[in-house]
Design a protein around this ligand. Structure first.
Ligand code: 4NP
Length: 157
């Protein structure tokens, strides 16, 4: 089991957090960092469902196949299983603060807080928009993934 484990959480676990999961996996692989990466939703509508087809297409444009990912709902136990939990937006952060057990060991933060100049921002939900929204999501989660990797690499030395 890798020492660092990261969970990304959005609302449905079919658009933003699967793309964040894919982006961090890709960045970790690029630098040879062994970390466990997963994603989940605060909602339960898409449990066991594949990612949104637009998210699958967006990841494929970057050479990553996420069609095998399946939706799951975040649970209190995730705050013991993972070392880092990142909320994709403020609403999800609020809900995660409620779900987090008082003895939870994971750090909980807003994802875009990791990106200089984007602190406090949420990753906009692309679900009700068009394909371009998914490209924006990819850019946002990739910036964040790179910032996370830079931070973890500096800790590792
Ligand atoms: P996500 O997007 O939170 O980025 O996965 C959504 C997916 C589904 C719904 C909302 C947001 N929904 O209402 O079903």
């Amino acid at each position: 089991m890798p020492a660092i484990s990261v969970l990304f959480v959005c609302l449905g676990n079919i658009c933003r957090s699967p793309l964040a999961e894919a982006a961090l996996r890709a960045e970790a692989e690029r630098v040879g960092l062994d970390i466990l990466v997963d994603s989940a939703g605060t909602g339960d509508w898409h449990v066991d469902c594949p990612p949104d087809p637009r998210a699958v297409r967006q990841a494929l444009r970057h050479g990553i196949d996420i069609s095998g990912y399946r939706g799951r709902q975040v649970s209190a136990a995730d705050f013991h299983r993972f070392t880092h939990v990142f909320a994709l937006d403020g609403e999800n952060l609020k809900n995660l603060r409620r779900i987090r057990p008082s003895d939870g060991t994971a750090t909980l933060a807003l994802l875009m807080d990791k990106v200089p100049g984007r602190e406090g921002n949420g990753v906009t939900d692309p679900y009700y928009g068009d394909e371009a929204g998914f490209a924006q999501t990819w850019d946002d989660v990739t910036s964040a993934a790179r910032a996370i990797i830079a931070e973890l690499s500096s800790i590792r030395g």
